[in-house]
Design a protein around this ligand. Structure first.
Ligand code: AMP
Ligand code: GLY
Length: 425
């Protein structure tokens, strides 16, 4: 069987390594993959947004199953195109991917179906937004409607900052067309939890919960990034909260999408905030999170391909999805300067052998003969499992010591906040 995975980051590397555990898979292509993924799949130089190129390649190679991992191709309709060609796919169609593709859509969906989220207003007119901000509660959160590489959210602690954010999005168009419409929403507080789920539109099976660390610097300082590290499970997310989320958020979202004629099939990511008034949705993503996937999939004990195929076939309820009781930590090693300016092209030295509990998922790298060179902001994730979180964190940091490249940067406090929960007990 031949599988194609669209995408080329650490998340895709984790998906590919997990898929490889299934012995009926003979060949995995990564489009475009990266220099680290090249050790586990055949990388093909077709960009994740090149829908026509992806479709043509799938037809030429006789691909049996496709996994479309990143947001862009999903929102652009890659799954629609491949499905029309008769290729089974894991991932939502375009009309369901809009749950991430448009914040206005997702906010209106939650309002219509009573799914808990921050109170909000939508604006397509800059003057109206600025007038609203004269009296809106502060702090406030300004969000560009469309995809903005995870950067389209500005938290403003003063009216001036809020107005500057609106002008930057609607006048200066820092996020391009994504800023034509904006959402201004209530500032919420509480621990954040990421819950990825498998769903075929009928059944929803949450995966083990996780916690991202989005800021560049220790103790959540500095700029927002794509994610500097993750841990799983998230200790704030108790069984009681999980049950409440299933009832008030997960099932209602699946139902809402069905009622809108936008059945969601694939991985639906719930970005939650555990507020004093209960769990609320901060964002939906129409895909696996990055770097959440890098700590969630190592804990999956069931076969990933079997689950993905069951999702594509609408038979998720008949399939076992089992996670281990252990914990996992991913520490991202980045190029110093990320998420702003950074240098690339440095050779990465990897340990010769990994322990059974270790993984390295490569994100921004390119192959150069036998060498692997840094080629992006986030270069790789050093991942370790253990029976408990404390050991997993310690092991992940120990693994980073065995990986070297010039200008490497990492946070030193991944997992610290999560571990403080146990200290309080
Ligand atoms: P998003 O791109 O929607 O994930 O937002 C990025 C980050 O901004 C989230 O992970 C939160 O930390 C923060 N954020 C988004 N919306 C809110 C909100 N309403 N209140 C407080 N923080 C928020
Ligand atoms: N880690 C957050 C995301 O994938 O959007």
């Amino acid at each position: 069987m031949k599988i194609m995975v669209v995408g080329g980051g650490g998340r895709e590397h984790a998906i590919i390594k997990k898929l490889k555990e299934n012995k009926s898979i003979d060949k995995i292509y990564a489009l475009p993959g990266n220099g680290g993924i090249a050790k586990d799949a055949e990388c093909v130089n077709i960009g994740a947004k090149d829908i026509e190129g992806i479709a043509k390649f799938a037809a030429e190679k006789g691909i049996d199953f496709a996994v479309v991992a990143p947001d862009d191709p999903l929102v652009l309709g890659a799954v629609d195109k491949l499905t029309e060609m008769g290729i089974p796919c894991f991932g939502p169609k375009k009309n369901a991917a809009i749950i991430e593709g448009s914040k206005v859509f997702s906010k209106n969906l939650m309002k219509k179906y009573g799914i808990p989220t921050a109170a909000y207003e939508v604006f397509n007119d800059m003057d109206a937004a600025l007038t609203y901000l004269d009296t809106a509660p502060i702090p406030t959160v300004i969000k560009a409607d469309g995809l903005a590489l995870g950067k389209g959210v500005i938290i403003a602690f003063t009216r001036e900052e809020a107005k500057a954010a609106v002008r930057s999005m609607m006048e200066d168009k820092i996020f391009g067309e994504s800023g034509n419409n904006i959402v201004i929403e209530e500032f919420l507080e509480g621990p954040e939890v990421s819950v990825l789920s498998f769903t075929d539109g009928k059944t929803v099976v949450p995966m083990v919960s996780s916690m991202d660390h989005k800021r560049a610097g220790d103790n959540d300082t500095g700029l927002n990034t794509g994610g500097m590290g993750t841990i799983a499970p998230n200790p704030y997310y108790t069984k009681e909260i999980a049950d409440e989320c299933m009832k008030t958020i997960f099932l209602p979202t699946i139902d809402a999408m069905n009622k809108e004629g936008r059945t969601f099939s694939g991985c639906l990511y719930f970005g939650l905030m555990l507020t004093q008034n209960g769990p609320k949705v901060i964002e939906y993503n129409c895909r696996f999170g990055d770097p959440e996937t890098q700590v969630v999939l190592p804990l999956l004990e069931s076969d990933l391909y079997t689950i993905m195929k069951a999702v594509a076939d609408g038979k998720l309820s008949e399939t076992e999805v089992k996670f281990s009781n252990g914990a996992c930590c991913c520490v991202v090693m980045a190029s110093a300067g990320y998420p702003e300016k950074y240098q690339t092209g440095y050779e990465i030295s990897f340990p010769e052998k990994l322990e059974a509990f270790e993984e390295i998922y490569v994100a921004g790298a390119k192959a150069d003969g036998n060498a692997v060179l840094t080629a992006g902001g986030r270069v790789l994730g050093a991942v370790s499992k253990a029976d408990d979180l404390k050991t997993a964190v310690k092991r992940a940091y120990a693994l980073t010591e065995k990986i070297t490249f010039e200008n490497a940067y990492k946070r030193n406090d991944i997992g610290k906040r999560a571990l403080s929960v146990f200290e309080k007990e």
